[in-house]
Design a protein around this ligand. Sequence first.
Ligand code: NAD
Ligand code: MG
Length: 388
Amino acid sequence: MNARRTVSILGATGSVGQSTLDLIERSPSSFEVIALTAKQDVSGLAAAARRVNARHAVIADETLIEPLREALVGTGTRVAAGEAAIVEAASLGADWTMAAIVGCAGLRPVMAALRGGRTVALANKEALVSAGHIMMRTAADSGATLLPVDSEHNAIFQCFDRARPAAIRRIILTASGGPFRAASPEAMRSVTPSQAVAHPNWSMGAKISVDSATLMNKGLELIEAYHLFPLEPEAFDVVVHPQSVIHSLVEYVDGSVLAQLGAPDMRIPIAHTLAYPERMNTPCERLDLVSISRLDFEAPDEERFPALALAKAALKAGGAKPAILNAANEVAVASFLDSAIAFLDIARIAQETVDNFDPPAPALLDEVLEIDGEARRRAEQIVRKYRL
Ligand code: NAD
Ligand code: MG
């Protein structure tokens, strides 16, 4: 890469945000940081802003503006707080924006970044699940380049011949199976939050770790893939692959199957989007097939992991259902992480919320956010019923 590119990271203090910062800090002459944002982690945000000399640091929690200001005294970094300030930070016109806020909370910021018409690297899958058609249309209208960071979608992106989508027969997403892949239904009843967030292959934020344990993550990823790659819903399959070496596959009509492989390190897909269409060096472990020696595959068990079937049904139903499913899941996962409900009740709460709320399909961003808010209120009510 020649000229210094301007970059912003929404959700800079999280797992994906920190992996992104790691790559940027290794090439200070390649990148100039415009904005970093976080929800509440003042010290993490301020430390990162100092390291990369960010122009703006924005915290979502307005009560934390003074501590953030103090933490950045003597730097040239401008500070701001509040949800609107995060949307503003996303609108500053960076050449490349990492969307790594977790949950539908990232939807307004990612839409603001897309409207800027530059490159948006998307980790925040919940935004796309809730507002897929609206986000994709906004990207097309503004001319923004939307690059998937989620490892499966990044793999598909690297294998998918966008000039010849009709030549593609099937997309196969791989799933690690999570920490309870081989657990008995009895054992899954008493799973604790710390067991659920202990993912076998990837180190990630708490919410996505729980989603990986229920397989809701794979379900959300099916919906994500449907929006990113224009095929019929039936063309998407899931296969469990415990080693997480093959990140996903694309099958062509002639029987050729292309896959992308790599160590399970998010810095690899992030680097792909950061350098795109060029390539950049990373410090990531290189793939050693001989030491891995074998790759295993199995079908997902939708009886033990009903969240996957729920997401498939929401994808097929379309309209408001994916947004409702996502909102209910966010509420249920937060309740599980608070030890308020049992692990197996996450999918039950999601299902009850989806089954009993049937608004018309949203056509506008505000309508999606209204549906998201109402689905959350309903899910909170259902959580009370399951409270431990
Ligand atoms: P995380 O919890 O580690 O970090 C989330 C970030 O978002 C933090 O910076 C936090 O401060 C910020 N944030 C949270 N709530 C916010 C709010 N209401 N307003 C503003 N900012 C808020 O999460 P993560 O694991 O880095 O995941 C981020 C996103 O990337 C998720 O959508 C996840 O599904 C996706 N993703 C993550 C991984 C991974 O390896 N961690 C892989 C694929 C996709
Ligand atoms: Mg993934």
